[in-house]
Design a protein around this ligand. Structure first.
Ligand code: C5P
Length: 238
């Protein structure tokens, strides 16, 4: 088990990936974006033409494909059977269909096991997702839950899409969507993440909750870093 485990959970576009990545950089820790795992299995299932409601078939996809996750240039690089899919797992179809993988209990169990195995090989780790503090690492050293109001998260997502697309609207990447449509999609994803029976999105009882609506990324990272230092200091004094 790693010496230091920090979990960051929260809804879509709450800033958790960026914060987790920057925090890991500052702490010299490794970083795990668990959403990339759910996305990778979703893409593999779409490509295999599997019925998204058939849990056994979805499990078969996870068992028969080879998934590789590695951090490259601060981003989670993903490949399936040797093919780099880092960009493709961010597409709108994968985003919309990931809920099928996320609500399949046996798949979640397997993915959580993979996450723990990954962490076990690291000295320090910052891991982000929906259930990292509640299920995957319920005994983590420090847990955070980042949130922000849905309108602000939609604006952030639109800015991110624009940066990625170089400002050129392409309907296939969600850039053709209005701010209202982006917000609606985010709220639907929140609801599906909160309502599922397994690993639902919710703060752990001992999580530090940070509302990032009026904060810049750097301010959030500073806040988080301060809390980590306080907690670790207390832990070392015990
Ligand atoms: O974080 P990201 O948007 O990349 O996650 C994609 C989807 O994967 C989420 O909407 C959620 O349904 C699922 N997920 C999950 N548990 C995690 C991480 C992601 O269910 N730990």
């Amino acid at each position: 088990m790693a010496n230091l485990v920090i979990t960051i959970d929260g809804p879509a576009a709450s800033g958790k990936s960026t914060v987790a990545r920057l925090l890991a950089e500052r702490l010299g820790a490794s970083f795990l974006d668990t959403g990339a795992m759910y996305r990778a299995v979703t893409l593999a299932a779409i490509e295999a033409g599997v019925d998204m409601g058939d849990e056994e078939k979805l499990l078969g996809v996870l068992e028969t494909s080879e998934f590789q996750f590695a951090v490259k240039e601060g981003k989670m690089a993903v490949s399936i059977d040797g093919v780099d899919v880092t960009e493709r797992i961010r597409g709108p179809e994968v985003t919309a269909k990931a809920r099928h993988i996320a609500s399949a209990a046996k798949l979640r169990e397997k993915l959580v096991r993979m996450q723990r195995r990954f962490a076990a090989g690291e000295e320090k780790i910052v891991t982000e997702g929906r259930d990292q503090g509640t299920v995957a690492f319920s005994d983590a050293d420090v847990k955070f839950y980042l949130t922000a109001d849905a309108g602000e998260r939609a604006r952030r997502r639109r800015a991110e899409l624009r940066t990625k697309g170089g400002g050129e609207p392409r309907p296939s990447d969600g850039l053709g969507e209005s701010l209202e449509q982006i917000q609606k999609a985010i709220e639907e994803r929140d609801k599906s993440d909160e309502d599922r029976a397994v690993g639902p999105l919710r703060p752990a009882d001992d999580a530090i909750i940070i509302d990032t609506t009026d904060l810049g990324i750097e301010e959030v990272v500073e806040k988080v870093l301060r809390r980590v230092k306080e907690k670790c200091l207390k832990r070392n004094q015990k």
